[in-house]
Design a binder for this molecule. Structure first.
Ligand SMILES: NC(=O)C1=CN([C@@H]2O[C@H](COP(=O)(O)OP(=O)(O)OC[C@H]3O[C@@H](n4cnc5c(N)ncnc54)[C@H](O)[C@@H]3O)[C@@H](O)[C@H]2O)[C@@H](O)CC1
Ligand SMILES: Nc1ncnc2c1ncn2[C@@H]1O[C@H](COP(=O)(O)OP(=O)(O)O)[C@@H](O)[C@H]1O
Ligand SMILES: [K+]
Length: 530
């Protein structure tokens, strides 16, 4: 498995916190002090000279953190104004509020008050965190819309918001803003930076939450290490760009498989077949084949129909070519046990994918299903029953909705007042992987990968929007196929492919076209293997 950061749900985080407090290992007050002090330090680092700040404190412990931030910034010489609430907060937050009151006053947390305040350089959002129980309404909603720039004072807040734990109103389990219409979402506040505690939560990494989170900083607040011990939930992990991308992120067994030993020969690194289609889409299959070669598959053979063979008489010369016109020819080819993975979909054509899929699935080998193969599957449901746990499907959202209409229908019912109004992308992917019995990777800036076992990764690629270019998905399919050919387990192949794909885009930068992606792989392998 890749080593990602463990992701905790709000309930898991609360359980860890109360266990730690219950066991006497920490006090709630100490956790709050650590949380607020760390947030204040990061805010100071982000804006080095003493500044003018307004801290918005809500009724619970998130507000308590806000009072700690206010105190630390005040003590560091900042000019601090606090807007807070009358409600009696919990004992820890009440204590922190009292500590602040020894230094300054608290004006009401109201939209009218915020509007009257002279502008500040920085605004700290400590209204709600993990304790959100319902949609934010009334005056607090108006405050959030103002911070998001709905009023004519938008420039006051733009680029100046620092969130404690999350932008207030965000459901940290789903990444959604419950009760926010799409019109309101245009004015949801966006943080420059979010300081969150102990572990990332799903809502920090899933859209739209990740778009409101800004630079996500996870700080240690003295809770005991829990990695892998939050049971019985299946593991949920984040792969995100803040991690240095290095060998240490990949378990030794995987790194070993990626390396090539002096005693190995090419067949030890697998033989991948890439099924190609008609001449007009030949490039898609070749992109996948090139990526499979670059990731180190020992051999890659592209299999077009014989009439399209001339289209493939081009580079890379390392690529082998073998015509496949029908199921029998494919079965003859698959009689060779040294073929260790098959890619079908990119540039294949739906009719050809429908015809060849039964033989590919019957072979029981690792296989990657993308593009036209996914459309074929969604049109012929009988093929679904033949999927197996060595299959990886890589749909984008449109393909996902066609493949899993029952799951997609649970989405997009419009805003509701309840928390977690519709299944999150994590829930959807877990359902899809369970239903199909195949590893499923839903593409996007917040790619989610789920295994039939329930193990799940969120891969964040928000920083590489130039991946949205024709053929980029074909390259991802090729990387994953190459990893499957090299005998990586399907979930690892899918997650590592997403990581290598985004790393390649990161390395190349803007101006990227899909052809550039495979060419970045050697340097990425170098980083991984040394
Ligand atoms: N869990 C932990 O380990 C730690 C949590 N800390 C902080 O505590 C926060 C969680 O604190 P709480 O559980 O008190 O929750 P919050 O402070 O997020 O909010 C809870 C309060 O808001 C009210 N509320 C919830 N939704 C509302 C809505 N839509 N409109 C109006 N009122 C609403 C609740 O009735 C309650 O009074 C975290 O986000 C974090 O900032 C930190 O102090 C450090 C440690
Ligand atoms: N805005 C974005 N930010 C980061 N990655 C993106 C973005 N849009 C798309 N991607 C990634 O680019 C790839 C596009 O795949 P796909 O839609 O199948 O394109 P194509 O069919 O042209 O190959 C996917 O890996 C997806 O995760
Ligand atoms: K907040």
């Amino acid at each position: 498995m890749l080593i990602g950061s463990e992701i905790l749900t709000s309930a898991q985080m609360r359980a860890i916190e109360s266990d730690a407090i219950g066991s006497g290992a920490v006090t709630g007050l100490a956790l709050m002090e650590q949380a607020g002090a760390a947030a204040a330090a990061l805010i100071q680092q982000a804006t080095p000279s003493p500044k003018d700040v307004i801290v918005l404190c809500g009724p619970g412990n998130n507000g308590g953190d806000g009072y700690v931030v206010a105190r630390h910034l005040h003590d560091a010489g900042w000019s601090v104004r606090v807007l807070g609430m009358d409600n009696t907060p919990g004992a820890d937050a009440a204590h922190m509020k009292d500590m602040w009151l020894k230094r300054g006053q608290i004006r009401p947390l109201s939209d009218a008050q915020l509007m009257c305040e002279p502008p500040a350089n920085i605004y700290v959002d400590a209204i709600f965190g993990t304790g959100l129980t319902r949609k934010v309404a009334g005056d607090l909603h108006r405050i959030l819309l103002r911070l998001g720039g709905r009023n004519d004072d938008a420039e006051r807040y733009s680029g100046r918001i620092y969130a404690i734990d999350c932008i207030s109103g965000l459901d940290l389990d789903s990444g959604q803003m419950p009760g926010w219409s799409s019109e309101h979402m245009q004015h949801a506040p966006r943080a420059n930076m979010t300081v969150a505690f102990h572990r990332p939560k799903p809502g920090h990494l899933l859209r739209p939450g990740c778009l409101l989170t800004g630079d996500l900083q996870i700080v240690d607040i003295g809770l005991p290490e829990t990695k892998g011990t939050v049971s019985p939930a299946p593991p949920l992990q984040a792969i995100w760009p803040q991690f240095p991308f290095s060998r240490s992120q990949v378990r030794p067994a995987i790194a070993q498989r990626l390396a090539k030993s002096p005693l190995d020969h090419k067949f030890r690194h697998g033989h991948a077949l890439v099924i190609a289609g008609g001449a007009e889409h030949a490039g898609a299959a070749r992109l996948a084949a090139r990526a499979a070669l670059r990731i180190g598959a020992g051999l890659v053979t592209i299999c077009p129909p014989s009439q399209a063979m001339p289209e493939h008489n081009t580079t890379p010369d390392a690529l082998m070519r073998h015509p496949v016109d029908d199921t029998q020819e494919l079965q003859d080819l698959l009689a060779d046990p040294r073929i260790t993975a098959i890619c079908i979909g990119p540039g294949c054509g739906i009719a050809r994918a429908t015809a060849l899929l039964p033989a590919i699935l019957a072979a029981g080998r690792p296989c990657l299903l993308d593009a036209d193969a996914l459309t074929a599957l969604s049109r012929d449901r009988s093929l679904f029953a033949r999927l197996h746990e060595k299959c990886v499907m890589t749909p984008h959202e449109g393909e996902f909705s066609r493949l899993f209409p029952n799951i997609a229908a649970k989405q997009g019912r419009g805003p509701t007042d309840q928390l977690t109004p519709t299944p999150s992308r994590i829930d959807m992917l877990r359902m899809a992987a369970h239903q199909s019995n195949a590893v499923t990777l839903l593409k996007g800036p917040d790619t989610v990968i789920a295994a039939p076992t329930g193990a799940c990764y969120i891969h964040t690629a928000l920083d590489v929007p130039w991946l949205a270019t024709a053929g980029s998905g074909d390259t991802l399919a090729g990387i994953a196929t190459g990893l499957l050919a090299r005998s990586l387990p399907a979930t690892d192949a899918a997650a590592l492919a997403a990581l290598i794909h985004a790393s390649a885009a990161r390395k190349f930068g803007p101006g990227l076209i899909a052809d550039d992606l495979p060419e970045q792989i050697p340097a990425i392998l170098q980083m991984l293997l040394t």
